[in-house]
Design a binder for this molecule. Structure first.
Ligand code: PEP
Length: 243
């Protein structure tokens, strides 16, 4: 399976920065898929700037309804219309600061898929949950309750304590969690669970990418901070094993 290296810009970036970033990121290595997820108003300019390149554009969230009276939210069909092919859903920052539950995430997945967007569903435990020995249980429960039984898309394992902290799990911990996620996906989705890419996310940098991306069942990376510099995201993509 080709790996997917996805950049999550979070709430960063301006229109003025799109052209230079797009020009730099077009040099993406041919052996990995690449995706940039900027804030919503930058999706259409990015899609135009990257047209004809191998780099795709995604969104960071969508509403669980396809349209309606939801001030400030963005609907999945519009994201698709603007040029997005993917959408990140259930990121821990949204679960925490917007009170998103697994049920909300599942509704968003269904709406995204109906709009022909590929969902990237984030799961991951907090430091307290890991310390209490509950990491596996928490992640499996998020998967089972966030993914519809006919799920198609991507899953991202993002331990909350590793996001933006410079901390990462050990190689063994990544391998164990990704193996457990694969088993849970097979259990929940049947054979289709074997085709879901499982990204790792949390403080991926050029210096640790090769070891994290080289672990069994790691199908790529979801990259926050390091995705803001195209040269760092390209270096991470270059470290992806050839599928
Ligand atoms: C993220 O928030 O999805 C993320 C992985 O962030 P960072 O790479 O900055 O830890």
């Amino acid at each position: 399976m080709r790996q997917l290296i996805a950049g999550n810009w979070k709430m960063h970036g301006t229109l003025a920065g799109v052209a230079a970033y797009a020009a730099a990121i077009k040099a993406a290595p041919a052996h990995a898929d690449m995706l940039i997820c900027p804030p919503s108003p930058l999706i259409e300019p990015f899609a135009r700037a990257l047209a004809g390149s191998a780099v795709a554009v995604g969104a960071q969230d969508c509403h669980g309804a396809p349209q309606g009276a939801h001030t400030g939210d963005v609907h999945a069909p519009l994201l698709r219309d603007a040029g997005a092919t993917h959408v990140i859903l259930g990121h821990s920052e949204r679960r925490e600061s917007h009170g998103e539950t697994n049920a909300h995430v599942q509704a968003k997945v269904q709406t995204a898929v109906a709009a022909r967007l590929i969902p990237i569903v984030c799961v991951g435990e907090s430091q307290a949950q890991r310390d209490a020995g509950e990491a596996l249980h928490v992640v499996k429960s998020q998967l089972i309750h966030s993914l519809p039984a006919d799920f198609t898309g991507v899953v991202a394992y993002e331990p909350i304590w590793a996001i933006g902290t410079g901390l990462t799990p050990t190689e063994d911990d990544v391998a164990a969690m990704h193996g457990a996620i694969r088993a849970a996906l097979l259990d929940h989705l049947g054979d289709a669970g074997g085709t879901v890419k499982i990204l790792y996310g949390g403080s991926v940098k050029p210096g640790n990418a090769a070891s994290l991306l080289g672990q069994p069942e790691v199908g790529g990376a979801l990259v926050g901070g390091a995705s803001l510099k195209p040269e760092d995201l390209l270096a991470i993509a270059a470290a992806a094993p050839r599928g």
